[in-house]
Design a protein around this ligand. Structure first.
Ligand code: CA
Ligand code: CA
Ligand code: CA
Length: 139
């Protein structure tokens, strides 16, 4: 048990730097993202359609830069879209496109706008079926 916990902690630390997370469970990923909370960070919670439920959550750095973001795209109370930022610029987006609580689309973004790579689980079985790389121009 202790060993598993240790491995999880290591995974947590390495997580923002890794490629597609092997973890697809949204709730688990949301828990892991809580490790991004540091001294001076703050949460911003938004009810974008005024239905009384929070559907957009952001973790902000002390200077206001976004660190992490969660969006409930279909307003069912369950977050479906997770975004990760570095220096306030988006680097990765993980989406549950069929709203089953599991991530099935990973998009890696360069300089905040360019899609560098994406991976998709098209049949929602937890196994990635498509990966596509859009590398920078090779020299
Ligand atoms: Ca949802
Ligand atoms: Ca899904
Ligand atoms: Ca699949």
């Amino acid at each position: 048990m202790k060993k598993t916990l240790c491995a999880a902690a290591i995974l947590l630390c390495a997580f923002p730097l890794l490629a597609a997370s092997p973890v697809t469970d949204i709730e688990l990923l949301r828990q892991e993202a809580r490790a991004l909370v540091k001294n001076g960070t703050r949460w911003l919670e938004i009810d974008s359609n005024n239905d009384g439920g929070i559907d957009h959550v952001m973790l902000l750095a002390r200077n206001g830069d976004k660190i992490y973001e969660e969006i409930d795209m279909n307003h069912d109370g369950i977050m479906d879209d997770l975004c990760y930022y570095k220096n306030g610029v988006i680097i990765r987006e993980e989406t549950d496109t069929n709203y089953d609580g599991k991530i099935d689309l990973w998009v890696f973004i360069r300089e905040g706008v360019y899609v560098e790579r994406y991976a998709q689980d098209k049949d929602f079985d937890g196994i990635i079926d498509i990966t596509k790389e859009y590398g920078a121009a090779k020299r």
